[in-house]
Design a protein around this ligand. Structure first.
Ligand SMILES: Cc1ncc(COP(=O)(O)O)c(C=O)c1O
Length: 386
């Protein structure tokens, strides 16, 4: 059968076939350590679950307005005021089915045929695919430790072309866990504004940071499009809830788009998420952030014993981007063998990087310290055989 040529722009997530193998090995009785998936082993915080149950019991199961229930848009605006010193009009917030829904809206609004989009390489691959599906051309800019694994103002300036319309950042980044600070964000925003372009910032790992204070581009400029989610910091991956903070003039066309492509975000999830900002839930989430920091430190300590450390320690998210070129230039085969021989599942860099992905892997520190230490021991045994 013939499909739309657009579909050829979308590469498969190679980690999914790895996950399948991992699950098959588990079913066959092997003790697999999962360091491949983008979600920690924490359940959704109980106050959110309780609010979700109450929402179902109260019959909150019908469509909401396309941009979300007003109470949640207000709560999200309150979150920016409380934690990021940013005054945000709740009408500028659209509640979406995950950050993925926000990325769909933003890409359709901001990028189209003939437009070029700048983003860092490595990056979260779906971002590239959303832009390609919108018909835009993505220019990936190789980044490394010199720019903190991020697209900085100098790189944006030097890669901007006449038809570039949009620069996209992600902080903390998936897969490197690196962040831009407020000064760097302001510099990129200024460069993009100087070129008459748009700035889109994926802040889905906001709040999950260990060295710097969490920050938002919303504190720096009202002109950026900001993607966020309840998936990661709030521990709600399966509830499928996120948001897009947009400049005022973009709200009407975005709402029109939302009305057409998904009608509204899941209603019970929206009501449940109201509980996510309350102090009792916040206390649970902060404990988890601290625990993730311990996990990062334990993994870094274990890897340094193997003389295998990332160029810069991750500052946030729950990923570590590791150069394995001493052992392999085929990250996919490396990950496959590590799984088959030692039952440790990690993600090949080729999923994230157009350049250099074959000599990198992403390790997610989403399991407890003991399991991470066991994974490092298994990795040590594996590397000794290379
Ligand atoms: C950088 C980044 N953006 C967006 C998403 C999509 O998240 P969700 O749709 O679950 O909110 C992910 C998921 O892993 C991600 O890593």
């Amino acid at each position: 059968m013939a499909w739309s040529p657009r579909i050829d722009q979308v590469a498969p997530f190679r980690v999914m076939s790895l996950l399948e193998t991992a699950q098959a090995r588990e079913a066959a009785g092997h003790d697999v350590i999962h360091l491949e998936v983008g979600e920690p082993d924490f359940p959704t915080p109980e106050p959110v679950v309780a609010a979700g149950r109450a929402a179902l019991a109260a019959g909150h199961t019908r469509y909401t307005p396309a941009a979300g229930i007003p109470a949640l848009r207000e709560a999200i605006a309150g979150h920016y005021a409380d934690h990021f010193d940013a005054e945000v009009d709740p009408r500028r917030i659209l509640v979406t089915p995950g950050a993925s829904g926000a990325l769909l809206l933003a890409s359709q609004l901001l990028a189209g045929p003939g437009d070029r989009v700048l983003m860092a390489d490595p990056n979260y691959p779906c971002n590239r695919h959303f832009m390609a599906l919108a018909g835009a051309e993505v220019d990936v800019v190789p980044v490394g430790p010199e720019s903190g694994w991020q697209l900085d103002a100098g790189l944006v300036e030097s890669h901007w072309q006449e038809t570039t319309r949009l620069a996209m950042l992600a902080t903390p980044s998936n897969p490197t866990g690196h962040m831009l600070d407020a000064g760097q964000l302001a510099a990129v925003a200024e460069t993009v504004a100087g070129r008459g372009g748009h700035l889109l910032v994926d802040e889905i790992y906001q709040g999950l940071c260990f060295d710097l204070e969490p920050l938002s581009v919303a504190s720096v400029t009202p002109d950026a499009f900001v993607v966020n989610s309840f998936s990661k910091y709030f521990g709600m991956t399966g509830w499928r809830l996120g948001w897009l903070l947009a400049p005022e003039e973009a709200v009407e066309p975005l709402t029109r788009l939302a009305q057409n492509v998904f009608l509204a975000a899941p209603t019970p999830a929206q009501h449940a998420a109201l509980a996510a900002f309350a102090p009792d839930c916040r206390a649970i989430l902060e404990e988890r952030r601290v625990e993730l920091g311990h996990r990062r430190d334990a993994l870094l300590a274990g890897l340094s014993r193997l003389d295998l450390t990332p160029s810069l320690p991750p500052q946030g998210a729950f990923y570590l981007w590791l150069d394995i070129s001493r052992y392999s230039h085929d990250s996919q085969a490396f990950c496959q063998r590590l799984l088959e021989e030692e039952n440790v599942a990690i993600t090949p860099g080729v999923d994230f990087a157009v350049q250099g992905g074959e000599r990198h892997v992403r390790i997610a520190f989403t399991t407890g310290v003991e399991r991470l230490e066991e994974a490092v021991s298994r990795l040590e045994r594996f590397l000794a055989r290379q």
